[in-house]
Design a protein around this ligand. Sequence first.
Ligand SMILES: Nc1ncnc2c1ncn2[C@@H]1O[C@H](COP(=O)(O)OP(=O)(O)OP(=O)(O)O)[C@@H](O)[C@H]1O
Ligand SMILES: [Mg+2]
Length: 358
Amino acid sequence: MSEKLRLPAEERYGAELAALGKEGGGKPPGWAMTPRAVVTYLMGGKAADGTAISPKYVGDRRLIETAVSTLATDRALLLLGVPGTAKSWVSEHLSAAISGDSTLVVQCTAGTDENQIRYGWNYAQLLANGPSREALVATPLMRAMETGRLCRLEELTRMGSDVQDTLITVLSEMMMPIPELNQLVFAARGFNIIATANNRDKGVNELSSALKRRFNVVVLPLPSDPREEVAIVVKRVGEMAQNLDLPLPRNVAEEVARVVAIFRELRAGSTEDGKVALKTPSGGLSTAEAIAVMVGGISHATFFNKGDLTPDSLASNMIGAVVKDPVQDKIVLGEYLETVLKKRAGYERYYKSLIDQI
Ligand SMILES: Nc1ncnc2c1ncn2[C@@H]1O[C@H](COP(=O)(O)OP(=O)(O)OP(=O)(O)O)[C@@H](O)[C@H]1O
Ligand SMILES: [Mg+2]
């Protein structure tokens, strides 16, 4: 086990990436593997030499094919979706597969300025020796351009529109001017941008139409099929528990199915059979929330319940996920418990634990 809490994808899955990189076929310039191999890396399968490739993204293969083929053109990729639909996760794995490096990331915020996108200066050097390449501090975007790799821009729509528009020159001319040095940095082959944005948050800055035109948008949806969602949660919870050194209780899959069923109904605003209309809580209740609830529950079970994963260990985390607004969401959850869960076979202990704790 690694001493680090988390390794970048290219280190965690180094063996898979190496096997796929050896596969023959046309690689776009600057790519570490063929587009087909990139899709196999994300969706799982077998490399040509027989190495098993674990699935990273569970969902529609065509979405990943579209994302990969976009990156092989001069258009950038924008992954859009509600929170917790694996946008950052897919972006990390795409960069690891295509460039062998997923660490060139800019986290965009309302406070991000042009210096964090283009380049900054080491002021001690700048004052001592004047503007020079040594005094210039390259951003991840500039390093990606120079080395022909992918640059990841997380939460693109959180930064101001004026700063976003800095990307227009980069994407349309594939170069970045440095007027202070009278130099231009031209992007090496293999350079492109993967941005993520979530379409639920308030206070975001819409992309200008000039910039929008330079991105291909791929929308990552919430899983439509309950079995698919359960499979995602079981898989990720297993990986995360192993990473945290938590023993996996035997009944994980059953409890995941129940938690996911509850979250899906609350999210959709109706029971799975469509018979009862429900109010929806203010939070997102995504797959990622279900994963977090399960991991929290397993930790609680391990340290406080002799390793037994019970609805009691999960209830407080479930309430934390559902009740984001302490007044309204409590009413929504209370109504759901009384009208739906109370009468449902197999959910008695969930009803009791949840009602006791809200
Ligand atoms: N379809 C899926 N396949 C595999 N993993 C998934 C899927 N959906 C969600 N996950 C898991 O959910 C977790 C959260 O995903 P991630 O952080 O990438 O979400 P996000 O879309 O970037 O959310 P945010 O908008 O909040 O940044 C990850 O651990 C990821 O593995
Ligand atoms: Mg994200």
